[in-house]
Design a binder for this molecule. Structure first.
Ligand code: ADP
Ligand code: MG
Length: 407
């Protein structure tokens, strides 16, 4: 059990008002020019930041944005994020054009209790992705405690997610998860270790290859594992079915066969599909039983029979984990399956089941289906949530202070 923000701020905790707290956030938001097109990631860290501001912390915010390749690049400046934080008007925020070094240290020295300073993009320095201990030590000089809400980068050991919290702990400070981090770990962790049953997982997306470990990890834990998306095509081949010109991973057919053998009736494949002569926005689709796909056709979505089947399995579940769209939902002819699953997941959630959505495209699909606010928990970490569901530990979590279980 890792220590949390509650432990840090508890009356008998180590936090003193006026302490400098470095907060690793995930402000890697989509930008169009210098305006933020979706501030969700910033908004989701506000509870943690407000809590710290209310308690008189001197907050220093660290985040990456995009992939600027270890050097300053105006395209990836966090300045628009600082402007957005200012418009929220929850606590005073200033921006520092330096990421580390003496200029950053000077700016940090003039932060008032209850205010925040946003440092420039951590990936403007090559030491960030190299997990440079010196960079961690540079930040740690002025850091009393470290808080992380950056679940989305917790699967990477970078200077701001590993070297810094390590250095802070070495000098006697605490490194803890913020409210968002805690929420992510609670929902995903509970699903893995003590799910309310029936526990149904539904997986889709483009490829099996990136998700074999997730399937392996979930198969023994779930009561049913539903498979859609292009991933299902590789399983169809394993069953000896015609998949036409569909996206298939020939080198994974053997793995799929093995999973089918081991999964037995708990591995549920589509019974029908939406097919067309090509996957395009103006394609003329038709519904086909899975055994009736023609050699010149591509599978672009799950069919109506499968939507009903998956819907009823999802509505029976007390815990649902969904990762991966059921079809090429970006194109209208192949979007219905994904939207039907999104709606069924939301309905399960309405009825009191715990529904967790992980994965960038799945979160986008839930959003596009208009059901995002009905889902119990949409994970902010694409890659990180998959790593976690695959049963792997996350470096950015491992590094945090231990011993929260006693409280
Ligand atoms: P997530 O980001 O939620 O983990 P993935 O990245 O694994 O999801 O997969 C998303 C992609 O899978 C989408 O872009 C979607 O178009 C694609 N996809 C789903 N079904 C099919 C299919 N039948 N054929 C081709 N691509 C598919
Ligand atoms: Mg994706």
């Amino acid at each position: 059990m890792k220590k949390t923000l509650d432990h840090l701020l508890a009356p008998d905790g180590p936090f003193e008002p006026g302490a400098t707290v470095a907060v690793r956030v995930d402000f890697n938001v989509p930008l169009s020019g210098d305006s933020i097109t979706d501030p969700t990631r910033i908004d989701r860290s506000m509870p943690t930041l407000e809590r710290l501001a209310d308690r008189g912390a001197r907050i220093v915010l660290l985040s990456h944005l995009g992939r600027p390749d270890g050097a300053p690049d105006p395209e990836y400046s966090l300045a628009p994020v600082a402007r957005y934080l200012t418009t929220l008007d929850r606590f005073p925020v200033r921006f520092c054009t330096a990421t580390a070094g003496p200029d950053a240290a000077d700016a940090v020295a003039s932060v008032d209790p209850g205010s925040a300073l946003l440092l420039e993009n951590t990936r403007f320095l090559p030491g960030e992705t190299a997990n440079d201990a010196d960079l961690g030590a540079d930040w740690a000089v002025w850091t009393d405690h470290y808080v992380t809400d950056a679940f989305g980068t917790a699967h990477r050991a970078h200077a701001s997610t590993d070297a810094l919290p390590r250095a802070v702990r070495e000098k006697g400070g605490w490194a803890v998860g913020g409210l968002l981090m805690e929420r992510e770990l609670r929902f995903l962790g509970n699903a893995l270790t003590e799910p309310e049953r029936p526990f149904v997982a539904i997986l889709g997306g483009a490829k099996i290859s990136g998700k074999i470990d997730v399937i392996e990890s979930l198969l023994p834990r779930t009561d049913a594992l539903l498979i859609g998306g292009a991933m299902a095509n590789t399983f169809f081949q394993a069953l000896g079915l015609e998949t036409g010109t569909s996206l298939v991973e020939p080198d994974r057919v053997e793995v799929a066969r093995d999973l089918l053998d081991r999964g037995g009736s708990s591995l549920v494949l589509p019974v029908d599909c939406v097919v067309a002569d090509r996957i395009a926005p103006d394609a003329q689709p038709r519904n086909a039983a899975r055994a009736e796909v023609r050699p010149d056709e591509s599978i672009g979505d799950i069919g109506p029979g499968t939507r009903d089947l998956f819907r009823s399995r999802l509505l029976e579940a007390a815990t649902v984990v969904w990762n991966g769209p059921m079809g090429v939902f970006e194109m209208p002819p192949f979007a219905d399956g994904t939207f039907a699953v999104a709606e069924a997941a939301a309905e399960a959630s309405d009825r009191g089941s715990t529904v967790i959505v992980g994965g960038g495209d799945s979160a986008a699909a839930a959003e596009a289906a208009g059901v995002a606010d009905r889902i119990t928990h949409i994970s902010t970490g694409g890659g990180a949530s998959l790593e976690y569901l695959a049963g792997r530990s996350l470096p950015g979590v491992d590094v945090l202070s231990d011993g929260g279980a006693d409280r």
